[in-house]
Write a protein that binds this ligand. Structure first.
Ligand SMILES: Cc1cc2nc3c(=O)[nH]c(=O)nc-3n(C[C@H](O)[C@H](O)[C@H](O)COP(=O)(O)OP(=O)(O)OC[C@H]3O[C@@H](n4cnc5c(N)ncnc54)[C@H](O)[C@@H]3O)c2cc1C
Length: 499
């Protein structure tokens, strides 16, 4: 059995593990990150895909969290333009709204203030004419429509590109590699891992436990004491509906009578995401799916605000994730804090940092705090650097990416456009490879050139059709079943070639 020696092992390839691996690698630590399934395969690809301040957290007076999240919204727009899209949210207010207009206006004013200097426009109120011009809104139900900006992202690609960035700075980043056990040693830990090549070990002085919903499972290996914090696991589901025509361009924040908030988000130009629910989940290893009750709740919400008359047969797809929230003993699940906590366990001249909670939006700041904790444990590293460094593939602005797609002659425009806002800078490389070898432009499935599958396999570690169709891209929603099968067959053949 080989034993690898590193400064830091990160357990978990969701957004938090990815952020830590990138930051630590950029500060000169040797890093090994292990994700037992695919990158972002758990919570981090099943979110609402918002980089947002979290307007409703103002209600629980989490001003610090909202402020930090709004500042991070600015950072993310700067460092990952290809996968961050500003979007206007409409907030319709009816006679029976659970919160009065003045309170919502005050909340939006505060939201603007906390955002500070910003690239996005502030909040406001639509005129009566603007309201009647909105497609599908049941405007007779609402006397006022406010609006505010936030940002839509591709959560799975955000994780992936953070990890690719870490790898480009020397980190050893692996998917389908499970940490089987951790044994504390005199000044660090021995970590046993298992992947397609078998079982092997790594010795490390520092450990970061970023196992999301499984955090306390991992923590038991590190300390026999009580868990650092109790987790409250809360499932959230989303459904996807076809985009009605004429298409909606704005997102909608719907306040429901039960006090909850449901988002409707235009997605990929063809779909509408409706989410989310908040249902206690006992065990993260139980099946995590959208139940019929959750689906019906979300359908009712969509039909309440829009004239869709959508039935269950309109539901094109659904997904669910489990929020690993720190249990603050709030009576209502929706009032449980979305903040994060770090639990630090020293071990000789090494130690472990366990991450509890957090949000996709604030993952970069969380990673900085983890670095501070590692420095407190004695890790020797350079200073903070991630606020201004473009993320992997994030060097081109959205305008530059549009021009790149427009000028593309190697593949059809619709493919070039999809590539640009999926792969960012790497689009140039894909185009260049087709120029050099036109055979790579052959479409294995409709709109999926061979070069893209090769790229997903060799540069992005996709190992099966689901990795590619659901996380590297969102083609799962766009391709026909027979095209999805062609992609699956390609991955099966590619795996045989590699073994
Ligand atoms: C429904 C929903 C909507 C949300 N919407 C938003 C939103 O719009 N904006 C926002 O900012 N946040 C949102 N969040 C919150 C955000 O998604 C989560 O806080 C975040 O994804 C948690 O990331 P993580 O890395 O801690 O956990 P995860 O993404 O779950 O990653 C943990 C990883 O650890 C791996 N792992 C566990 N044990 C081992 C082991 N032994 N060896 C190797 N790997 C292991 C798991 O396989 C998993 O991939 C939402 C969450 C949910 C559930």
């Amino acid at each position: 059995m080989t034993i690898q020696q590193v400064d830091l092992v990160v357990i978990g390839g969701g957004i938090n593990g990815a952020g830590v691996a990138r930051d630590a690698a950029g500060r000169g630590l040797s890093v090994l990150l292990a994700e037992r399934h695919d990158y972002a395969g758990a919570t981090s690809s099943n979110s609402s895909k918002l980089i947002h301040g979290g307007l409703r957290y103002l209600e629980t007076f989490e001003l610090g969290l909202v402020r930090e999240a709004l500042r991070e919204r600015e950072v993310m727009l700067r460092i990952a333009p290809h996968i961050t899209e500003p979007i206007r949210f409409l907030l319709p207010i009816g006679a029976d709204a659970p919160r009065p207009t003045w309170m919502l206006r005050l909340g939006l004013w505060l939201y603007d203030m906390l955002a500070g200097h910003r690239q996005l426009q502030g909040s406001g109120r639509l005129s009566a004419r603007e309201v009647t011009e909105l497609p599908h809104l049941r405007s007779d139900r609402y006397h006022t429509v406010l609006h505010y900006p936030d940002v839509l992202t591709d959560d799975a690609r955000l994780v992936l590109e953070t990890l690719l960035d870490a790898r480009s700075r020397g980190a050893d980043v692996r998917n389908y590699c499970e940490v089987k056990s951790v044994h504390p040693e005199t000044n660090g830990y021995k970590v046993t891992l298992c992947d397609a090549e078998g079982t092997w070990s790594a010795r490390t002085r520092y450990l970061v436990n970023a196992a999301g919903p499984w955090t306390n499972h991992v923590r038991k290996w590190i300390s026999d004491n009580e868990p650092g914090y109790d987790l409250r696991l809360v499932r959230g589901s989303h459904i996807v509906l076809p985009m009605p025509r004429p298409a909606l361009v704005d997102a909608i924040t719907l306040q429901r009578q039960d006090g909850r908030v449901v988002f409707l988000l235009p997605w990929l130009e063809r779909f509408l995401i409706v989410g989310t629910t908040e249902v206690p989940q006992d065990d993260p290893d139980d099946e995590i799916v959208c139940t019929e009750a959750e689906r019906d709740y979300l359908l009712a919400a969509a039909n309440e605000v829009l004239d869709l008359a959508a039935g269950t047969d309109a539901v094109t797809w659904s997904w669910s994730g489990v929020r690993p929230l720190v249990d603050d003993e709030s009576e209502e699940v929706s009032k449980t804090s979305r903040g994060s906590m770090l639990d630090v366990t020293p071990n000789g001249r090494g130690g472990c940092v366990t991450i509890y909670g957090g949000k996709i939006t604030t993952y970069r700041r969380l990673a900085e705090r983890v670095m501070d904790s590692l420095a407190g444990l004695g890790a020797d590293m350079t200073g903070a650097w991630t606020a201004d460094a473009p993320l992997y593939n994030g060097g081109l602005t959205r305008d530059a990416l549009s021009r790149l797609a427009e000028d593309c002659s190697q593949v059809p425009r619709r493919i070039a456009h999809r590539w640009a806002f999926t792969y960012g800078d790497a689009t140039r490389d894909l185009m260049q490879r087709v120029s050099e070898d036109p055979a790579l432009g052959r479409e294995v499935a409709d709109g999926v050139p061979l070069v893209e599958l090769e790229h997903a396999w060799s540069a992005e570690d996709a190992r099966c059709a689901t990795d590619f169709l659901e996380r590297r891209t969102k083609l799962r929603l766009i391709l026909t079943e027979s095209d999805r099968e062609l992609v699956a067959r390609w991955f099966a053949d590619r795996a045989n070639v590699s073994t």
